[in-house]
Design a protein around this ligand. Structure first.
Ligand code: COA
Length: 176
């Protein structure tokens, strides 16, 4: 499946994407915002993750993000709770050379649209580290509301940080 925007294309993962993700996700500058110092990812694990997507197709809607020129730059996805029509959103412009060019905003917008219009979700939420000002800016811009935080949940490089929860309802998205 492919969703085309102005700057980015969301498409299904390919096994050949794996080496790029391993390189990017193990980059400390990227890891800081996504997994805050978690264990390094191996190529074997990444390939397994991509292969497993096809087994979880009903609840895991993940896309690779290409630029409109066709360069792989990251990924995004929704993990669904079918009973409640909810999903948890994740996004990474994992190739840091492409940060701050509007790609993350557009990809997130396209994913939300897919979630509410195509999947008929009622609610989409996410968690973000308190020090990730750029991501929080993007989520606020797209209408996500601050819903609370887990105080000092994340231990990163000798310090504790809050984990912020944000959420967006289908009716709020329609109004925008
Ligand atoms: C967060 C992320 C998806 C945003 O995508 P992006 O393409 O870099 O961001 P965009 O260019 O679309 O928008 C960034 C916005 O934040 C602003 N911004 C940049 N750095 C900022 C900072 N430190 N604090 C606050 N705002 C900041 C920009 O000015 C821009 O706002 P504007 O559109 O009003 O000018 C991307 O940077 C990324 O993947 N980072 C690493 C992984 C990550 O953080 N994932 C999210 C985990 S919850």
């Amino acid at each position: 499946m492919t969703i085309k925007g102005e700057k980015v294309i969301l498409r299904s993962f390919r096994l050949s994407d794996a080496p790029s993700f391993v390189r990017w996700l193990n980059d400390p500058e990227v890891d800081r915002f996504l997994r805050a110092g978690a264990k390094k990812i191996t190529l074997k694990e990444e390939i397994k993750w991509i292969k497993n997507l096809s087994k979880k197709i009903k609840t895991e809607k993940h896309f690779a993000i290409d630029t409109i020129q066709g360069n792989l730059v990251g990924s995004c996805g929704l993990s669904l709770s079918l009973k409640n029509k909810n999903a948890v959103l994740g996004i990474g412009i994992d190739d840091k050379r492409y940060w701050n060019q509007g790609l993350g905003t557009e990809a997130t917008k396209m994913l939300i649209d897919y979630g509410f219009k195509k999947l008929k979700l009622h609610r989409i939420d996410l968690k973000v580290y308190s020090y990730n000002g750029r991501a929080i800016k993007v989520y606020k811009k797209l209408g996500f509301k601050f819903e609370g935080m887990q105080r000092e949940e994340v231990f990163y490089k000798g310090k504790y940080y809050d984990l912020i929860q944000m959420g967006l309802l289908s009716r709020e998205w329609k109004r925008k």
